[in-house]
Write a protein that binds this ligand. Structure first.
Ligand code: FAD
Length: 288
């Protein structure tokens, strides 16, 4: 099913995200986690794409199994900046062959200079989106950044670039994680004012261990509110307590979003079915 049709519903919905294994050896354990997440009947499950395309085979394969074996709509991520057009077209063809209808079209992070020269076939996600539109009848999602993308100095430039990207053929947007819902509400106000009208799915990350916090610190610009910092300070060294508190914090964010009329929320469940299950349990009377 196309995600743009799922998003027409006015009932609250939760979707989850998984990431593919870096090597084939890890495939079965990722699949087993994905099966448990699919059993929660989310509105869809997204499958990330390794920077540089290294895991493209597994992204396509897991997205296909989500649809065919678990009966849940899937969203395959696809990045372009480190790939040639031929490589990207090959992945699009594989998605088509496997009847995957939804693609999250991304530029990808620019690798450090020392890694390898970029093919320079695509500079921005908007160019990939135009290209996918020519390749078939896909429903296309794209990324957005309520706190601004790390490379853009001024948020207004980021929103101008976002408007151009959406106008290239985006059906919906998914946000980078944020920990203060007011940031999302402010962002929605600003993009609607600039004529960006497609549905926006807030991306919520349940932070369940200290390592994740170090990684979030690397996403410069992500504001960690005092209330969140206090939780990490108090529970960061106790894995069980941190997991419970992180899930409660994310649940709180989701309930506030739904209470404020945001019906479709994407949860970065990170191959952890126990986290996805706990979130769904907490929302059992709220989400159908
Ligand atoms: P773009 O939309 O191309 O934007 C990149 C930068 O270029 C921004 O600063 C933007 O303002 C600027 N820009 C855009 N267009 C123009 C223009 N025409 N002129 C001048 N400047 C412009 N990475 C992965 O490797 N794999 C994944 O699976 C993955 N999934 C993600 C999912 C979500 C929901 C999000 C939010 C991010 C994800 N990422 C993933 C990370 C993403 O690849 C990086 O954040 C990347 O740096 C930007 O990708 P983008 O598609 O947003 O780029």
């Amino acid at each position: 099913m196309k995600i743009r049709d799922i998003l027409k519903s006015e009932e609250p919905h939760i979707s989850f995200e998984v990431f593919p294994p870096k090597t084939d050896a890890g495939y079965d354990s990722v699949l087993s986690a994905t099966r448990k997440i699919a059993a929660l009947k989310p509105s869809f499950i997204s499958v990330t794409y390794g920077a540089g395309g290294g895991t493209s085979k597994n992204t396509v394969s897991i997205a296909t199994q989500i649809e065919k074996d678990f009966g849940v709509t899937s969203l395959a991520h696809l990045t372009c900046v480190s790939s040639t057009k031929e490589e990207v077209h090959r992945v699009i063809d594989q998605l088509k062959e496997n009847q995957i209808e939804n693609i999250l079209a991304l530029r990808g992070d620019i690798p450090s200079e020392s890694e390898f020269p970029l093919p320079s076939h695509y500079r921005y996600a908007s160019e990939l989106i135009e290209d996918i539109r020519k390749q078939g009848e896909f429903c296309i999602g794209a990324a957005c950044y309520p706190e601004g993308h790390v490379e853009t100095e001024h948020k207004k430039d980021d929103i101008r670039n976002l408007k151009h990207k959406v106008d290239c053929g985006v059906d919906f947007l998914t946000t980078q994680m944020f920990f203060d819902n007011n940031i999302l509400y402010n962002f929605l106000y600003r993009i609607r004012e600039k004529g960006i009208t497609v549905p926006v799915l807030p991306g919520i990350m349940p932070v369940t261990n200290k390592k994740q916090i170090a990684r979030i610190g690397g996403l410069s610009g992500t504001i960690l509110p005092e209330r969140f910092r206090a939780i990490v300070d108090r529970f960061g060294d106790d894995p069980g307590a941190m997991q419970q508190a992180g899930i409660a914090y994310a649940t709180d964010q989701i309930i506030d979003l739904i209470a404020n009329g945001v019906n479709h929320i994407h949860v970065y469940s990170m191959n952890k079915p126990e986290v996805a299950e706990a979130i769904m349990r907490n929302l059992s009377e709220i989400v159908a």
